[in-house]
Write a protein that binds this ligand. Structure first.
Ligand SMILES: Nc1ncnc2c1ncn2[C@@H]1O[C@H](COP(=O)(O)OP(=O)(O)OP(=O)(O)O)[C@@H](O)[C@H]1O
Length: 672
């Protein structure tokens, strides 16, 4: 198959004819269907679109979208300058020929509009008889063709996926724009960022008003309920800086020089780079911050884009609910990723840019592993390792990748491709990169046997009884405290004595509501439901005031989340232990093997137990990657065999871990 790089203007007329033939065939096929069962088919397609959108909204943590842009003025002519050698042979004059032939554009991507989420890439090839064209179909959840506006993209991603309510409810929303340089990532992200700035404060105000009214604080307008703060970080290769800071000096390429912001995990496992966090009060302030920060982002020309973004840019909008001071902050993380570049495209760069490009591609590969693993966690009951510590980009995205986080999260990845046939090879890489995240929603399974410690197994009755117990315990505890405060001589509280509950459990937990139902609920939603389920008190004054009820509700839903996470972790561990020798390469790459060096660079391979490697990596934390990376670097510096060095480093870590484990077990046996 000819690479698209080998395409020249001389091939274009043939490719355009092949494309037209294919389009005609598609039309004819459609026509045949129309004469037959096509009404049914079309309505089935429409139905699929509707169900597809709703289905993803309800049950997916990762949503995949494709987008292609229109060809830009003069771009086709630039792209098809022609191959000087071939054009010389054929006596044709590159860009001139394009003009002469009146050929401006040949589509590399088609978007069949009656099907949700499908892009077809037209892949050129070469046979002895001349150019050929193959047509590959890729699936996503949402597909945006060249005529789709930023407003529609916003409506079908941010709005349809409820990202603003998710963030205002203490969840994490994340949008990642991925794709080749000049494919339209920045265009999309800026469009989304400005629309989010436009709508966030109105949505916050109406949510705040609703919350206040459930607390019976009727007239307040709700604008002060949420506090918004924003950070904007740029990651250039491994170098992170704060985009909010203007930078006082400039480098040789006239880019501002800003001080490096370290990215590490702190003692409690948070990754919080020391960025300037700006508190924002309204849409105009957020708009200004975005515009000013974007102006600080580093750009430079690539082969494809005169103002290419060389870095990843992460805009993080944090939202704190002042009515629930102990609840976690919601976060909306908007990531305009650096353009993915193929080696051929990056080789015109200087050494620094080549290294940056290498580092960018590496971080994009790590990101792929993490998003893929994240998409699978929703599907599998068992354990899926998410290697988010593998580089700074994925560390910054820890909130969406940390499987032990109690915050619900949703990630939308928008893969961008160029519309030109010249770029199809890169486009197919992008489309297969992103479509691998499209994982079917979890399969429906029969009910699991009841386990008092696993809310996922509770039916409605179990859930009612658990909630009743929880509120009862909290009320009794509050009564005891009250009595102690009043110094009254308290008789032993009778657990069986009727207790007046602060909420009507029947309203809070209507028929059909189960442990799983509450396990998926946002904290704020649960608190709101409790406030709305307060029974009319006999004496006109509620026994528990709304402040105390909010705290109770937060603690109860927190306890339920804790049970869910513990149960998940437990089943993960059991599953891990039951897995014997797995094909670890899938999860850890070749690093998971034990390499035993032999003669002439041959080696024997022994695979460690999957569970052991997982436990060892957890035990070592950052030291694991550091040790392995140091060994690789050393081997590179010394011109050694990297595979061997990596294998030996892992072997060393595993042997050390086993020895320590054995020692610990011996001590425990002696002690016990
Ligand atoms: N959907 C679109 N409609 C019209 N023009 C677009 C669209 N998408 C992108 N463009 C234009 O295409 C050009 C390249 O887009 P953009 O800079 O967003 O690409 P990019 O993927 O961010 O590139 P890089 O990775 O090099 O920064 C810009 O001039 C932009 O205005």
């Amino acid at each position: 198959m000819a690479s698209s790089a080998a395409l020249t203007t001389t091939h274009l007329p043939r490719l355009r004819t092949l494309l037209q033939d294919w389009e005609q065939k598609q039309l004819a096929l459609k026509g045949q269907q129309r004469n037959g069962s096509e009404d049914l088919n079309d309505s089935a397609d429409d139905l699929q679109i509707t169900l597809g959108d709703n289905g993803s909204k309800l049950s997916k943590d990762v949503i995949v979208a494709f987008r292609t842009r229109p060809p830009l003025k003069n771009e086709a002519a630039d792209k098809f300058k022609g191959n000087p050698d071939q054009d010389a042979e054929s006596g044709e004059g590159g860009a001139e020929t394009v003009k002469e032939l009146g050929i401006e554009f040949c589509a590399g991507i088609s978007v069949p509009n009656s099907k949700a989420g499908v892009f077809i890439a037209h892949v050129p090839g070469m046979k002895w008889s001349g150019p050929t064209l193959a047509h590959k179909s890729y699936d996503s959840d949402l597909a945006f063709g060249p005529d789709v506006s930023n407003e529609e993209v916003y409506q079908r991603t941010v709005i349809a996926q409820d990202l603003l309510p998710l963030v205002l409810s203490g969840g994490i929303g994340c949008i990642l724009a991925y794709g080749q340089t000049s494919s339209g990532k920045t265009f999309t992200m800026e469009g989304l960022e400005h629309r989010i700035a436009r709508d966030l404060f109105d949505t916050a105000k109406s949510t705040g008003k609703r919350l206040l009214s459930s607390e019976k604080i009727g007239d307040a307008d709700g604008s002060d309920v949420f506090k918004v703060s924003v950070t904007f970080l740029e990651l250039l290769g491994k170098y992170a800086t704060d985009l909010v800071e203007p930078g006082t000096k400039v480098d040789s390429q006239s880019n501002p020089v800003r001080k490096e912001v370290p990215i590490r995990e702190d003692k409690v496992g948070d990754v919080k780079p020391g960025l300037v966090s700006t508190s924002i009060n309204n849409s105009a302030e957020l708009e200004d911050l975005i515009t000013n920060s974007l102006a600080h982002r580093r750009m430079s020309a690539t082969n494809r884009n005169a103002t290419s973004s060389r870095s990843h840019a992460l805009l993080t909008i944090r939202v704190k609910n002042t009515l629930l001071p102990y609840a976690e902050e919601g976060q909306l993380i908007l990531v305009d990723l650096a353009g993915s570049e193929r080696y051929e495209d990056s080789k015109a760069h200087d050494k620094v840019r080549m290294d940056e490009s290498k580092e960018n591609n590496k971080s994009l590969m790590n990101l792929k592993e993490c998003v893929q693993a994240k998409a699978k966690t929703a599907q599998e009951d068992g354990f899926v390792h998410i290697p988010w510590r593998s580089n700074k980009l994925t560390m910054l995205l820890k909130p969406i990748f940390d499987i032990e986080s109690r915050q619900p999260s949703k990630t939308v990845i928008i893969a961008h491709v160029s519309p030109h046939i010249q770029d199809t090879v890169h486009s197919t890489n992008t489309l297969s990169y992103a479509s691998s995240f499209k994982i079917a929603p979890p399969k429906l399974r029969g009910p699991a046997p009841y386990d008092a410690n696993d809310p996922r197994t509770w039916d409605h009755e179990h859930t009612v009884s658990w909630l009743t117990d929880q509120f009862k315990t909290k009320v009794l505890a509050a009564d005891t405290k009250d009595a102690e405060r009043r110094n009254s001589v308290l008789e032993t509280l009778d657990d069986n004595a009727p207790v007046e509950l602060p909420v009507d459990i029947g309203i809070l937990c209507p028929p059909g509501a189960t442990g799983m139902y509450f396990g998926k609920m946002y904290t704020i939603e649960f608190v709101e439901r409790c406030l709305n389920a307060v029974p009319k008190p006999a004496e006109g004054i509620p026994k528990v005031d709304s402040e105390a009820l909010k705290n109770m509700a937060q603690e109860i839903i927190g306890a339920l989340f804790y049970l869910v996470i513990t149960a998940k972790t437990k089943s993960r561990k059991e599953l891990m232990n039951s897995r014997k020798k797995l094909n670890v390469e899938q999860s850890y790459g070749e690093g998971a093997r034990r390499f035993v060096p032999g003669t002439n660079r041959t080696y024997e391979v022994e695979v460690y137990d999957h569970a052991d490697i997982y436990d060892a990596r957890r035990y070592y934390g950052g030291e694991w990657d550091k040790t392995v990376n140091n060994a690789i670097q050393k081997s590179k510096d010394e011109g050694g065999w990297i595979v061997e060095a990596k294998g030996n480093a892992i072997k060393g870590l595993m042997e050390r871990w086993r020895a320590q484990k054995a020692e610990k077990e011996t001590m425990q046996t002696k002690a016990g």
